[in-house]
Design a protein around this ligand. Structure first.
Ligand code: FNR
Length: 173
């Protein structure tokens, strides 16, 4: 069994990126288990909180990343980059120095939005960040006009191209 830890880098209730994360279990090939990790209560990175003891949610995050075979991060594109929420996940998981559980981890990056750009700048920047931490980005999936790609009021993706790209990304682990 391959376990993938999946994060949304958006905190808003109606987030398209969170909807994509919730759709992943239905798209995963046999043998791939998706574990969703909610970062709503993850504090903003503060080195004063990162000592001998850490907040419970940080300990849980680090343990979950360490146990996972890979991570999936779906981030909104904000100002041609990833969200601060996405960076905060990576920052917490990159410590302790040289021992952070995200170092060297396989990852898949996702960026979707209703605009025409398809999240391409976010994907590029997030991929660079994870590669800088020694990881291998096995898949990168963006989507423009994503509001047209879900069944109404559900997390079911009706756009075959997006669903296939996500399936292929999960299979790439
Ligand atoms: C955006 N948005 C955006 N879209 C884009 O294609 N390129 C960009 O550079 C930006 N920049 C940006 C900055 C800020 C501060 C906000 C609030 C929004 C639009 C954004 O990607 C869109 O609202 C997504 O739907 C947000 O993701 P969630 O919350 O739906 O997952």
């Amino acid at each position: 069994m391959t376990t993938l830890l999946a994060f949304s880098g958006s905190l808003r209730a109606a987030s398209f990126n969170s909807r994509v994360i919730r759709a992943l279990p239905g798209l995963a090939p046999a043998g791939v288990d998706i574990v969703q990790f909610d970062v709503t209560d993850l504090p903003f990175y503060n080195q004063d909180l990162d000592g001998e003891t850490v907040p419970e949610v940080v300990a849980a995050l680090r343990a979950a990343v360490a146990e996972a075979d890979g991570v999936v991060i779906a981030s909104p594109e904000y100002n041609h980059s990833y969200s601060a929420v996405a960076k905060n996940i990576v920052d917490w998981a990159s410590r302790p120095m040289m021992q952070g559980p995200i170092l060297g981890k396989k990852s898949m990056v996702i960026a979707v939005g209703p605009g025409p750009g398809g999240g391409k700048h976010c994907l590029e920047e997030l991929g660079k960040l994870l590669a800088l931490l020694g990881g291998t980005v096995v898949a990168s999936v963006g989507a423009a006009k994503v509001h047209e790609k879900f069944a109404p009021e559900s997390d079911v993706i009706i756009d075959a191209e997006l669903a296939d790209a996500l399936r292929a990304g999960l299979a790439a682990f």
